[in-house]
Design a binder for this molecule. Structure first.
Ligand code: HEC
Ligand code: HEC
Length: 221
């Protein structure tokens, strides 16, 4: 009897330690399990996750190679309405927490795809120069911090909080900066992005989006 009691207490301690470990370690998604759900997304984000720059309408972001935790946090934001977009809302609602974990791991596992060249997009040299300045040095007179100070050297992303924006599509980057200005994207930590976007003119938004979209998605070897 006595022995049984001790064993029971020991098990209880073990079980509670186990659940603590489960809570502490964020679960990693399984790309293979996410592949099936990703088929729903291909119409817009494409099967290789490259998305599309659409000069005439809404652009679809590249998801390939972005951090899994970042992608998952955005899908949750669409579900709660902290980030609002009619094209995405319905798709985010279809996914439960488990599917969000796996589909994010799937897109994160795909190799990052390039944006578009400056020639193909027809951006002027003056616009691109201004964009480069904003992205790499910032504009101190207008309190705009260089994008690379948070988004990492070459704007290739830093950790799970600061997404890669180099090589992302022009139309998508522009629309996000406008969304922060309008307040339809409110899920950024500490309003870090909203504060910056609010200080940018529409010419500066176009400039930085244009330059970033032409940048390589990986460090050149
Ligand atoms: C009808 C087109 C369409 C479909 C289908 C679609 N998306 Fe999207 N997705 C978009 C658009 C447009 C945006 C950008 C919306 C915005 O401005 O917030 C977006 C944004 C996202 C983002 C945010 C990316 C970022 O860098 O912040 C994620 C993550 C995402 N989609 C995942 C998915 C997943 C997963 C599916 C499939 C289950 C899916 N999408 C299906 C159009 C679509
Ligand atoms: C103070 C830090 C900081 C600076 C400086 C900064 N960003 Fe961000 N940016 C963030 C954070 C944090 C996020 C992720 C927001 C979220 O989780 O929704 C983000 C997200 C973005 C996104 C959305 C990417 C996606 O895939 O959806 C774009 C576009 C962006 N930033 C553009 C810029 C540009 C352009 C600049 C420079 C003019 C810039 N950022 C400067 C912190 C910063």
């Amino acid at each position: 009897m006595q022995k049984n009691h001790v064993w029971g207490a020991g098990t209880a301690v073990c079980l509670s330690l186990l659940s603590l470990t489960v809570l502490a370690a964020p679960r990693a998604g399984d790309p293979e399990q996410g592949k099936a759900a990703a088929a729903l997304c291909a119409t817009c984000h494409q099967a290789d996750g490259s998305g599309l720059n659409n000069p005439a309408g809404e652009s679809w972001p590249r998801l390939a190679g972005l951090e899994a935790d970042y992608l998952a946090s955005q899908l949750h934001a669409y579900k709660t309405g902290a980030r609002r977009n009619p094209s995405m809302e319905a798709f985010a609602q279809m996914l439960d927490d488990e599917q969000i974990l796996h589909v994010s791991a799937w897109f994160a596992s795909l190799p990052a795809t390039d944006g578009q060249s400056a020639e193909d997009q027809g951006h002027s040299a003056v616009l691109l120069k201004r964009g480069e300045q904003l992205a790499t040095e910032g504009d101190w007179e207008n309190y705009v911090v260089a994008c690379s100070s948070c988004h990492g050297p070459d704007n290739l992303g830093a950790g799970t909080v600061f997404p890669a924006i180099a090589g992302q599509h022009f139309g998508y980057i522009r629309d996000q900066l406008l969304a922060w200005q309008k307040g339809t994207r409110e899920n950024d930590p500490q309003r870090l992005m909203a504060t910056i976007a609010e200080r940018m003119s529409s010419n500066d938004i176009n400039a930085v989006a244009a330059w970033l979209s032409t940048q390589p998605v990986a460090v050149e070897q």
